[in-house]
Design a protein. Structure first.
Lengths: 132, 184
């Protein structure tokens, strides 16, 4: 069980340590003044394996318990997913439905045709000579 | 020089669609009609610059859009229609009172940034291709695609649509179905 946790932390710290805002790497950077790989720090002095594991697990749980985000999900860039899929890409049916509402709304105005004052204006202008 | 009747009819045929686009940009029917009128005055004054056989709607839409950008954008606070005035104006037409189901959609549309709204209307309602819409807006095709995509996503967000089930049937029908009041 402990081994499994360590593997997971190593992978997570590798991704977050590359500068992802709010990630574990940033937090450690603030504390110690330089970038630290969690995997290395855990085996070094001053940081027990147990507390490091706990910290990373809590962070991982925060990511995993966001509504709609599947545990372990990654986005198109291979980064941990923080948004529901529907927020990134809409389904075809939803897009089609938005399109039909949009056209219905637009067609309401189109059906009104050409207002008389506008058709009068166009006819008047089209009858005018350049010098008029 | 009198205007060629063919050109005149092309202009008149474009007016309804031009007006719908103007309303979607302005948010106010009266102001949209002023914008259409200004567009037509300008277009007919420079009709020589239109090449017969080319795309009349795209030409007029470009003039209207540029006029809107240059003269009306300064009134953006009013245009944003935070109070849903656009929706109210349209609803006030007697023949449209039955279209209450669109009011939420109109209100959501009015909250989109204007560049996203115009891209969505041009491609999704006016029937222009991405290329034509890009030419009208004076930007890259990819930019139009991106704006349309963001507009759709934002609309779905504003309307709280997570799936197609959230979209229809309309609320009245859903309420009847939920209460078991439907007859077979």
């Amino acid at each position: 069980m402990r081994l499994r946790h360590n593997r997971r932390i190593g992978r997570v710290s590798g991704e977050w340590g590359m500068g992802t805002k709010g990630g574990l790497g940033d937090r450690k950077k603030m504390k110690m003044g330089k970038p630290v790989n969690l995997k290395d720090s855990m085996s070094g002095p001053g940081k027990s394996e147990k507390s490091g594991a706990k910290e990373a697990t809590v962070q991982a749980e925060v990511m995993e318990t966001r509504p709609g985000v599947k545990p372990g999900a990654v986005d198109a860039m291979g980064k941990p997913a923080t948004h529901r899929k529907s927020e990134v890409r809409l389904g075809r049916e939803v897009q089609a439905r938005i399109g039909s509402q949009l056209r219905a709304m637009y067609d309401e105005v189109v059906k009104e045709g050409v207002p008389k004052h506008i058709s009068d204006l166009v006819r008047r202008l089209s009858e005018q000579d350049d010098g008029a | 020089m009198k205007l060629d009747p063919v050109i005149r009819d092309q202009v008149l045929a474009t007016v309804p669609s031009l007006r719908a686009f103007a309303i979607s940009l302005c948010g106010h029917v009266d102001r949209a009609d002023d914008l259409v009128q200004e567009t037509l005055l300008r277009a007919l004054a420079h009709i020589d610059s239109f090449e017969p056989g080319t795309n009349m709607p795209a030409w007029l839409f470009t003039i209207l859009r540029n006029l809107f950008r240059s003269e009306y954008r300064k009134r953006r606070r009013e245009v944003e229609d935070a109070d849903g005035h656009y929706a109210e104006t349209l609803k006030s037409h007697p023949e449209q009172t039955a279209r209450v189901e669109f009011s939420e959609f109109r209100a959501a549309l009015s909250k989109l940034p204007s560049d996203q709204r115009e891209a969505l209307i041009l491609v999704g309602a006016s029937g222009f291709s991405y290329e034509e819409a890009a030419a009208i807006c004076g930007c890259a095709v990819g930019t139009i695609k991106s704006r349309v995509n963001r507009a759709r996503t934002r609309l779905a967000d504003l309307l709280a649509i997570d799936s197609i089930e959230d979209f229809g049937p309309d609320r009245t029908t859903r309420a009847v179905l939920a209460s078991g009041g439907g007859r077979s």
